[in-house]
Every structure is written in structure tokens, then in C-alpha cells.
Ligand binder design. Structure first.
Ligand code: IMP
Length: 467
């Protein structure tokens, strides 16, 4: 049998582009869906006739029973949360035994990682899952004789040694940071229980994926977070702590790059961002950032905004901040993991081209295109998108390395004719409004990619593929 191949699917903006839905759409063309970065900071909700499942660590393709699911060594694992997720999936009637494999080389999120993240993550607006401290300890490895990076294989080899080290790290952290204490004994007891649930899923063969692809398996790598949240190439320091670009699939995903076939990028037609940090095309700029992050992102929930604002009046407002609030309400843009309001912005083609070129994106999927018709009811009656950046009066075609510099960039906005048709039941490219087809052509030209398809609604059948 000839060897298989791997494709990498990544988000191209600031997360929440709807990657899970695209994976669900493409999954039947693959044998394995694999995660290579991040942990429970990712979040996606998937639904079928049985109800809704919120997943954070398990790859998105759980509803495809013939597919294997793999969590690679580049991920960081929350034992308790993953055990609960597995139980929730099994309670849904989906059997994961023999389907889910977790690399034994993935690092464990330890109690003190969560303590540190809760105490210090506010400024970045982290998801408080302990992700950054876990990756930091992975790099830090040891402190004196104490092991800081504890992986699943270490836990299986010598659980007592590892749990003792975790207990000491937690007590030290509580002492050093003067934070409200968690009970390390109780927490570690719960982790020991969770480890029992996870043990049958932990894969000791470090060549697990490699061997399967050599024998013909087709892998889809599922990126978590997105290009602009990459720990090096994103809007540092307002980023996650793992590598989110396509190349990272071949370090954190436990497969050699020789199997790479193509890169699929997912972007959202109206952009969003959660957490602090630059967002050049944000409706309402810094006012929106401060508003969305008030009380750690908890002040302006969906419920609050629905009760407080007149969506249609805000949509027609000349104030971009108000327009952004209306677009958030219309698009249901509130965090899956945290419930925080997402900051809203226009599609930014300079940023998108930057992300496409860094990851060598071959094909592009643009989600939530049905919402573009909302612009027909705005004061400008047009679809705005960013087509140029100016920095210190010079045109630039890249995202600056420094976030402070990025905040000084001025955007050139182009207005495209709006359309008012409801496209949620359109299924063929030729039936899309001509104004939208024109926008999509512009995106292809500017990013040098080909459109694979677009999303036209929240259900898994609501997409239009470009044949
Ligand atoms: P952390 O990954 O929890 O450390 O959070 C760092 C930054 O990444 C924060 O701004 C988060 O809001 C953001 N972030 C992390 N995961 C996601 C995600 O899955 N979608 C969108 N933003 C995310």
C-alpha cells in the first residue's frame, strides 16, 4: 500500500474562525484527525440530533465513528478536564475506546500552572487553563532536583515521584505568590483518579502516527488557536504560548514533514478577537477593547447586551463601536470556553495575506459569510474591508513585529457593494450574490490562495463549496 499523507488545517486570524465545523465537513476524506498544539484553551461546540457537545481537548471529528483521534506531544493535557470530556462524549453514546490516542510525550498541566495563570493571566486575558505556565515549565525542565516538566509517560513510569513533585511545586507557588490556596492533596487525588480514566488512551508508541501514515493513513491536523496568536509570529505578548502555524504540526503532531500535502486556512468573514492585544481592524478600536475586557471579560455578556441594546439601531449607527456591538449580537460572538464578548472587526486582507504566506496556505475557507448581508443595514450600506496598512506614512504589506508598533498602523478601508439576500440556503457557488462573488475573488487575489468554500450558517450542512 502506498504511504498516506497529511494536510494541516489552521485558523488564520485570532481564533474562533469556526475550524471545527470545517473539520467536520472534510473529516470523511481522512482516517485520523490529530491535534498538535494547545490544550483546554481551545473550544468548540458541535451538535447533531442527539444534542450539543462542548469539546476542548479531544479533536473535532468525534462524530465520525470510523476516524481515529490523536492528541500529539505538542499539546498540554489537563487530566481532570480531559477525563470529564471523555465521559461526556461516551455519555453521548460515542465509544472512544480504540479511537482516541494521546501521545505519552504530551506534558501535563499541573495544579500550580492553573494557580499561576489565574493569578497573573489577567493582563493578557488568558483562558486561565494554566497553558502558559505549563509550556514555560516544559522549557524550564528542572529546578534543582525537582522535575518541572511532567509528561504522561513520566506519570506512567513513576506516579509517586511525579505527584510528589507536583505537590511541592503547588505549595511553593501558593507560598511565593500569596494566592488563595487550593488544596494540593485534594487536587492531586482527583488527578490520580483522572489518570486511571486516561491510562487506556495513552499511546506509548512514540511512532504511532508515523507508522500509520507509512501504511497509508490520511491525517488531518487540527490547529488550535490561530496564526495571530502564535507565540513567536503573533501579536506578542498578547498571544498563546504554543506554535500555531502549519509547520508546528510536524513537531507537535509526531509526524515527519515528508508526508505534508497541503495547508487549509480558515478565516472568518467578520473578524473577532478575545483577550487583550492589537486588532487593527477593530470596530471602535481601543474603546471596544476596553469594553470587551472589562471585569476580565465578564461585564458584558450576551445576556447583558441583548437586554441593554437595540441591535438594529446600533447596526445603523455612525459610531463603529456601536456597529461592532450589533455585529457581535447578530453573529453570536461570545467565547465558547469563557463566555467573554469577542471584539469585532472588519476582514483585514493585509493580516490575512501575512497569515497565508507564513503557513503556505493553499486553500481558504471563509466562514460566516451569511452575516456579511448585515452590512446592507449599516449607515454606509457597504461591506468594509482592510486592503492596506500605513506605518509612519509608509505603505507596508506585513504585520509589524512589535505590538506597540502594530497599534500605530493605520488601515486603508475599501468599501464593497453590500448584498441583502439571505444566503443561508444557497448551496451552489453560482447562486451566490454577484457582490459576494466579487468580494471572494478579491480575497483570492490579495492572498494568493484559492477558495475551497464558504460557510453560510451555523448548521453543519450550511456551506457552499467552490468546485
Ligand atoms: P491562553 O492560551 O489561555 O494562555 O491565552 C492567551 C491568549 O490566547 C488570550 O488572549 C486568549 O483569549 C487567547 N486564546 C487562547 N485560546 C484561544 C482560542 O481557542 N480562541 C481564541 N482565543 C484564544
Amino acid at each position: 500500500m502506498p504511504a498516506g499523507y497529511s494536510d494541516v488545517l489552521i485558523g488564520l486570524q485570532y481564533g474562533d474562525e469556526g475550524k471545527a465545523k470545517v473539520i467536520d465537513l472534510l473529516a470523511s476524506d481522512y482516517d485520523i484527525v490529530a491535534r498538535f498544539n494547545g490544550g483546554a484553551n481551545a473550544g468548540h461546540t458541535i451538535a447533531d440530533a442527539r444534542g450539543t457537545l462542548a469539546l476542548h481537548q479531544i479533536p473535532s471529528a468525534v462524530f465520525h465513528p470510523s476516524l481515529l483521534l490523536y492528541i500529539g506531544s505538542g499539546c498540554v493535557v489537563s487530566l481532570e478536564k480531559l477525563a470529564k470530556e471523555i465521559a461526556a462524549v461516551q455519555a453521548f453514546g460515542i465509544d472512544l475506546s480504540g479511537r482516541l490516542s494521546i501521545s505519552s510525550q504530551a506534558s501535563v498541566i499541573q495544579p500550580h500552572h492553573v494557580v499561576i495563570d489565574e493569578a497573573t493571566g489577567k493582563e493578557l486575558g488568558t483562558t486561565k487553563n494554566g497553558i502558559g505556565p505549563a509550556y514555560a515549565d516544559r522549557a524550564y525542565r528542572m529546578e534543582g532536583k525537582r522535575q518541572l516538566n511532567i509528561r504522561l509517560c513520566d506519570l506512567l513510569e513513576d506516579p509517586k515521584h511525579c505527584f510528589d513533585a507536583m505537590k511541592r511545586s503547588t505549595l511553593d507557588t501558593i507560598d511565593r505568590m500569596d494566592v488563595s490556596a487550593i488544596d494540593p492533596i485534594e487536587t492531586i487525588t482527583r488527578m490520580e483518579e483522572a489518570l486511571k480514566t486516561l491510562t487506556p488512551f495513552i499511546e506509548r508508541d512514540t511512532l504511532f502516527l508515523q507508522k500509520r501514515v507509512q501504511k497509508g493513513a490520511r491525517v488531518l491536523f487540527e490547529g488550535a488557536q490561530s496564526a495571530m496568536l502564535d507565540v513567536v509570529k503573533g501579536t506578542v505578548p498578547y498571544v498563546t504560548s504554543s506554535s500555531t502555524l502549519a509547520g508546528a504540526a510536524y513537531t507537535g503532531g509526531d509526524l515527519s514533514p515528508s508526508f505534508h500535502r497541503k495547508t487549509i486556512g480558515v478565516a472568518k468573514a467578520i473578524m473577532s478577537r478575545v483577550g487583550n492585544g492589537p486588532f487593527a481592524s477593530e470596530f471602535g478600536g481601543e474603546k471596544s477593547e476596553a469594553y470587551c475586557m472589562e471585569d476580565d471579560g465578564n461585564a458584558h455578556t450576551r445576556d447583558y447586551e441583548q437586554k441593554t441594546y437595540d441591535t438594529e439601531a446600533f447596526l445603523a449607527s455612525e459610531d463603529p463601536f456601536e456597529m461592532g456591538v450589533a455585529l457581535r449580537l447578530l453573529g453570536g460572538e461570545y467565547g465558547t470556553t469563557t463566555g467573554r464578548p469577542r471584539r469585532m472587526g472588519m476582514l483585514d486582507l493585509v493580516q490575512l495575506s501575512y497569515a497565508c504566506s507564513m503557513s503556505g496556505v493553499d486553500v481558504l475557507f471563509l466562514t460566516k459569510c451569511d452575516l456579511l448581508s448585515d452590512f446592507e443595514r449599516t449607515a454606509a450600506n457597504a461591506i468594509p474591508f482592510v486592503t492596506g496598512y500605513t506605518l509612519d506614512e509608509q505603505d507596508i504589506d506585513f504585520v509589524p513585529g512589535s505590538s506597540d508598533t502594530y497599534r500605530r498602523v493605520r488601515c486603508t478601508v475599501t468599501l464593497a457593494p453590500a448584498f441583502k439576500e439571505n444566503i443561508s440556503s444557497v448551496r451552489s457557488w453560482g447562486d451566490l450574490p454577484l457582490a459576494l462573488q466579487q468580494v471572494l475573488r478579491t480575497i483570492e487575489r490579495k492572498t494568493g490562495t484559492k477558495m475551497l468554500g464558504i460557510g453560510v450558517g451555523p448548521r453543519s450542512d450550511q456551506f457552499v463549496l467552490k468546485k
